[in-house]
Write a protein that binds this ligand. Structure first.
Ligand code: CA2
Length: 143
């Protein structure tokens, strides 16, 4: 099984500020956690991060026929991007939405998620472990 993990803007800044919301671990720590877990589970994983909406759309499109599942944290684009929603719909690949923080307990503008409409599951508030639970969800979904 091949899983594409997509991270949106500013997630590469994890651990630098706002540790109370996102924890004190870095983006490199997150990538290592995901890679190690994928190895244990015997799945292939590619991790992609961009601050650019179009680059995220391009990456989702490139998954078509190449990946069996997508884990996506579109970060701020969660709350604004119809383009990312349409891209996920267009490839028809089972996709899980992840947020490190409990977005449902935060500001009003974080209550909208466009991509959620195209996702089989949403995981919030579990910190970095949310990505691992998303991988579990995709593995179970593929059985
Ligand atoms: O909780 C999440 O995973 C978010 O997707 C993270 C986004 C935020 O815009 C979403 O509403 C929820 C933010 C990405 C990281 O932003 C940073 C802010 C300060 C310091 C480091 C990273």
């Amino acid at each position: 099984m091949k899983i594409l993990v997509i991270n949106g803007p500013n997630l590469n800044m994890l651990g630098i500020r706002e540790p109370d919301i996102y924890g004190k671990n870095t983006y490199d720590d997150l990538c290592a956690l995901i890679t190690d877990y994928a190895n244990i589970k015997g799945v292939e994983v590619k991790i992609f991060q961009s601050n650019h909406e179009g680059a995220l759309v391009d990456e989702i499109q490139s998954a078509y026929k190449n990946f069996d599942g997508i884990v996506i944290n579109p970060a701020a684009y969660t709350h604004t991007s119809v383009a990312i929603l349409d891209a996920v719909k267009s490839v028809g690949i089972p996709t899980v939405e992840v947020h490190i923080s409990a977005v449902e307990t935060r500001e009003d503008f974080r209550q909208i998620s466009y991509v959620r409409k195209a996702c089989i599951k949403t995981i919030t508030g579990l910190g970095f472990d949310g990505y691992l639970r998303a991988i579990d969800t995709l593995i179970d979904n593929g059985k």
